[in-house]
Write a protein that binds this ligand. Sequence first.
Ligand code: FMN
Length: 178
Amino acid sequence: MKSDKLIVLGVTGSIAAFKAADLCSKLAKEFEVQVMMTENACRFVTPVTFRTLSRRPVITTLWADESEWRPRHVELADEAALFAVVPATANFLAKAAHGIADDSLSTFSATFAGKHIYAPAMNPKMWAHPACQENVTILKQRGVVFAGPACGDVACGAAGSGRMLEVPELIDIIKKHL
Ligand SMILES: Cc1cc2nc3c(=O)[nH]c(=O)nc-3n(C[C@H](O)[C@H](O)[C@H](O)COP(=O)(O)O)c2cc1C
């Protein structure tokens, strides 16, 4: 039977965003999934894909719903059981580490007090950059769970640490924390 637990699935602007569609499809069979995409994520995969797979409208902006008095990110922060960002860009990690809330996803991240799981995906040089590593340290100290990254080939042709975990591994980690 499908659980009524709600997972907010954040998708950011990485080439690994296509894997988030598979993750969304699998999670939506067992849980309620609300997808939130950054503007840059929408350049990689369209909201239509996630809307269809999750069977819910996708949130891409803070300013969409004029029929509700309560901002959606505040409402969702009360409703959600878990927040997973798959893939998580270096930019998203930097914003989350410093409480920057300038779009729907980062605003939700700054509002939600429950469990955050981030699955980084990026070029190994970006992952190894001291700024990124300092942001990761800040987030880990705050209790954020990092799902990966793994070592291996990344889409831009480089190899090293920065490859996003595979969907089954991500599902295991998400379920463990629900
Ligand atoms: C083709 C392409 C692939 C990219 N892949 C990644 C990636 O895997 N990880 C990452 O951190 N940034 C990647 N970027 C850069 C991000 O898209 C960029 O930093 C953007 O500002 C992230 O925005 P967002 O975090 O709001 O989604 C990529 C950019 C391009 C053009």
